[in-house]
Design a protein around this ligand. Structure first.
Ligand SMILES: Cc1cc2nc3c(=O)[nH]c(=O)nc-3n(C[C@H](O)[C@H](O)[C@H](O)COP(=O)(O)O)c2cc1C
Length: 303
């Protein structure tokens, strides 16, 4: 998830049992032009493997070059983004726009498969517009050498709204020889089982449900419904995550980065008035830390 799946986030997912993690989407052009911030996105930690590095772009040779760099950085899988609906991305012919140009999409796959030794996968949607085109496209990509497909079965017109239609996932499993990974509305054991046993997916990839709730993995792996967590437990994990972010990106960026996470972690709780706002407005690590420490006794579960 762009703007979310930084290294600390991936490490957290692994600590809670995720079998594999994926980076944010990384611009192949920015790797080509040696953008320093982008190259730092390719820095992977020992403990996060296996990790899939996702690239976006639409020029086969530039994508192949970036894939080689990612492989050199230790990527266990190279994943091609073909699902991003953001205008800035699709107007360059990348992300979801690749689904509209099967020939180019296949050329991108073939170029990367040629360049690297690790498996190459693609993350697709049901279709870039109003129609389901994933099946024929995925077949074509499979023929070009793809080792697996991750499907987020929403249409382009849906963005990230509405329900994911996993009948498309099941149809894809029927159609392809390679493994299919399912993404979309996976919020617990029941959803996961429906996809693994029901639709025949090889793996499931939770997205938004995991925000502020890495215990999703432990609960899912233990085969139980999600449990309520105590405020102390959630606060301790939030602070641990914050500390990891500080190591990863420095205090200043970590303080800004954390702003979107407080609400996710604190969602199951009733907070002392103003705590959420004060946390989001905190200007320094020390200020945020002391707010978390002093705020804890006043946090209670929503009944
Ligand atoms: C903030 C945000 C950023 C995302 N960024 C990416 C991305 O960089 N690459 C990608 O393949 N999917 C991205 N996605 C899509 C998710 O991987 C996932 O397929 C989608 O959210 C559906 O799963 P969910 O319903 O469990 O959230 C993003 C989703 C969100 C909410």
């Amino acid at each position: 998830m762009a703007g979310i799946s930084v290294r600390s986030f991936r490490l957290q997912a692994r600590r809670y049992g995720a079998g594999m993690v994926a980076t944010e989407m990384i611009s192949s052009y920015a790797v080509h032009y040696r953008n320093q911030r982008t190259l730092r996105m390719l820095e992977l930690a020992e403990e996060e493997h296996p990790v899939s590095v996702q690239l976006f772009g639409n020029r086969p040779e530039v994508m192949a070059e970036a894939a080689l760099a990612a492989e050199g950085a230790g990527a266990d899988i190279i994943d091609i983004n073909m699902g991003c609906p953001v205008r800035k991305v699709i107007k360059t012919g990348a992300g979801m726009a690749l689904m509209e140009d099967g020939k180019r999409a296949a050329a991108v796959v073939a170029a990367i498969v040629d360049a690297v030794r690790v498996p190459v996968t693609a993350k697709i949607r049901s279709g870039p517009g109003r129609e389901v085109t994933a099946l024929s496209l995925a077949s074509r990509l499979e023929d070009a050498g793809l080792a697996g497909v991750c499907i987020h079965p929403r249409l382009g017109v849906q963005g990230r709204k509405g329900r994911a239609d996993h009948t498309v996932t099941a149809a894809l499993v029927e159609r392809l020889r390679v493994p299919v990974i399912a993404s979309g509305d996976i919020a617990g054991r029941v959803d996961a089982e429906r996809l693994l046993q029901g639709a025949g997916a090889a793996a499931v990839m939770p997205g938004r449900a995991m925000l502020g709730d890495p215990w999703l993995f432990t609960d899912m792996l233990a085969g139980r419904e999600r449990r309520r967590r105590r405020p102390e437990e959630v606060m301790a994990e939030m602070r641990r995550f914050f500390q990891d972010l500080v190591v990863e990106m420095g205090r200043e960026r970590a303080v800004r980065f954390m702003r979107k996470f407080y609400g996710w972690y604190m969602k199951p709780f009733r907070l002392p008035s103003n705590l959420a706002g004060e946390l989001r407005r905190a200007q320094s690590y020390d200020e945020a830390e002391s707010l978390m420490e002093s705020g804890l006794p006043g946090i209670s579960p929503v009944s």
